[in-house]
Design a binder for this molecule. Structure first.
Ligand code: SF4
Length: 573
């Protein structure tokens, strides 16, 4: 089965195609009988016209009686062990999210101004740009790669607008901080520690296997989905004079999980029958598109080193490549550390420690500089093995039974004022499954001589990470606004000194304010309907309640345990 030009699944011997049904077995609990010949069955199963199953006795003392059999229950574990139906459902979704689908939609799109025309918009993750930039024979800065992708997408593919997703991430990070403080103040149903992440891989894992963990997962949308909101609800309505369904929004992301995330029902606008993100393609698929159109991303394009367009809050143009220090997977923890430090208004120190020397599990502790009291604890945690440990530790601290194992061997418990930045891929998003393979020059120098796929090695992930940061230094959590910049070694104690901000920060601040101001004003029938209910965006407590509800509707989501949804079995073909 082929998902895309870059991913193929093979050896699926339990794969259920969309035309087949999952067969529920019946339960037979009869004990062995002694009055029959060896090899004879004690009973036979009969099915009546309604499809009910009966167990009919064969032995002399059974008098030919029959017993209706119960249909056996299929547990979530049975489903996960099979995975055929889940795989087929996902494959159908992913087929609709491919680079061929993008080409097909663009080819059928009526001309601008003609009825039915949709404005094509492309947004690309910074990790995807880093992968494209690092894989070139002569690596280039991500800013230059963004210009080349923009030129290709506009001139060759016909996209009207091309953005990176970092401004959307900026809004997501602010909403995350807001959510953290709500939890800290005891918001109902929103406990601490908070598991913060932009990773649908991790969220799907929690939904399928650890439903009891869902309240701990931050409900703020990922940058991909915030970008969908900005494109369809903000830019389209307020600056392009378009409805959400008149936009075709394609996102370029570092992994396939993002396709499934875009397909979630939470991100479907029923009123306009459209998704926030219409199609997600991977970094590899974008490169494939370029190659199929004879475009070489290693060649310069005119103006690729020009100064960026200044940020303006009056004629909004999304700023390019806002890259806060922290991690190349979104800087979720770093942004919270800064938010906590700003809120505490006292000198703090930051300690960072890799747990057992594991660079994918690093704990960070903020302490009061004079008393030494712990103010905040957090950790960056990448890869499923480490995630499993985090889930168990959080479960233990919260009194939730999530299994036993390695967690019991990790020292220390979780304090309530804690946050984890959790990502499914080892090394984080720069090492996502949709990223480019290591070029030949890396395969020669890689330490993995045992046949491990080189595109997935730590050496190559580090290369992409370097490209993301634009140099060899990787600023760790707590850097940037700290007196001891860039220090993310196993253990450090820089003193936290917050910067006063730059002109660029002020402009970003003004643009964020513009987004919220615009989004609080009604623009279409859906919002006008809300105003018509008596809770408009005018002054008064009702309007403030609506603004808060609207803000949550725009920038947060909900997670559900898979048991209540029966993935795959509930899909209608
Ligand atoms: Fe995708 Fe991996 Fe990043 Fe998760 S960590 S969002 S699975 S690339």
């Amino acid at each position: 089965m082929t998902f895309s030009g870059a991913l193929t699944l093979t050896d699926l011997n339990d794969y259920i195609t969309p035309s087949q049904a999952c067969i529920k077995p019946v339960q037979q609990s009869n004990a062995p009988q002694n009055d029959r010949a060896p090899g004879d069955a004690a009973t036979v199963i009969q099915i009546d016209a309604s499809g009910a199953y009966y167990e009919v006795g064969r032995s002399a003392d059974s008098n030919g009686g029959s017993k209706k059999l119960q249909t056996a229950e299929i547990s979530l574990n049975d489903c996960l062990a099979c995975s055929g139906c889940i795989t087929s459902a996902e494959s159908v979704l992913i087929t609709l999210q491919s680079h061929t689908e993008v080409l097909s939609v663009l080819a059928q799109n009526p001309s601008p101004g003609a009825p039915g025309h949709r404005v094509p918009v492309l947004s690309i993750a910074p990790q995807s740009l880093a992968s494209l930039a690092a894989a070139l024979p002569a690596p280039i800065p991500v800013a230059r790669m963004l210009r080349r992708v923009r030129a290709f997408a506009r001139r060759t593919l016909g996209f009207a607008h091309v953005f990176d997703t970092t401004f959307a991430r900026e809004i997501a990070l602010r909403e995350h901080a807001r959510e953290f403080f709500e939890r800290k103040e005891g918001a109902p149903g929103a406990p601490l520690p908070m598991l913060a992440s932009a990773c649908p891989g991790w969220v799907c894992y929690a939904e399928k296997t650890h439903g009891e963990m869902l309240p701990f997962i931050a409900a703020t949308k990922s940058p991909q989905q915030v970008m969908g909101t900005l494109v369809k609800e903000w830019l389209a309505a307020h600056y392009w004079d378009r409805r959400p369904d008149e936009i075709y929004h394609v996102a370029v992301m570092p992994c396939y999980d993002k396709k499934l995330e875009a397909s979630r029902s939470d991100f479907y606008n029923d009123h306009y029958a459209t998704r926030d993100v219409d199609c997600v393609i991977t970094t590899g698929e974008l490169l494939l598109l370029a190659q199929e159109h004879g475009v070489d991303l290693s060649l310069p394009v005119p103006g690729e080193d020009d100064a960026p367009i200044p940020i303006s809050s009056t004629t909004p143009t999304l700023p390019d490549l806002l890259t806060p220090p922290g991690s190349s997977s979104g800087s979720y923890l770093h942004s919270l550390i800064l938010a906590v430090a700003r809120a505490s208004q006292r000198p703090l120190t930051l300690e960072s420690k890799a747990v057992r020397g594991n660079a994918d599990y690093v704990e960070h502790t903020l302490r009061d500089a004079s008393s030494g009291d712990t103010v905040f604890r957090g950790a960056t945690c990448y890869g499923f093995r480490n995630l499993q440990n985090v889930v168990r530790r959080v479960g233990r601290a919260a009194g939730v039974q999530v299994g036993r194992g390695a967690a019991g061997r990790l020292a220390g418990g979780l304090r309530s004022s804690a946050t984890r930045e959790v990502m499914a891929c080892p090394g984080g998003c720069v090492g996502g499954g949709g990223q480019l393979r290591a070029p030949e020059r890396h395969s020669k120098t890689s330490a993995d001589a045992d046949g491990t796929p080189l595109w997935n090695t730590r050496a190559w992930t580090r290369e992409v990470d370097r490209a993301y940061w634009g140099g060899p230094a990787r600023p760790g959590p707590g850097s940037g606004d700290l007196s001891n910049k860039g220090n993310n070694k196993a253990s450090c104690s820089p003193t936290l000194e917050l910067s006063s901000g730059t002109e660029s920060d002020d402009r970003v601040e003004a643009l964020v304010a513009r987004v919220f101001l615009d989004l609080s004003a009604p623009t279409g029938p859906q919002q006008e309907q809300e105003v018509g209910t008596g809770a408009g965006s005018g002054p008064g407590p009702e309007s403030r309640a609506l603004d808060e509800a609207r803000r949550r509707g725009l920038f947060r989501t909900e997670y559900r345990a898979v048991e209540s949804e029966v993935v795959g079995l509930g899909v209608k073909w």
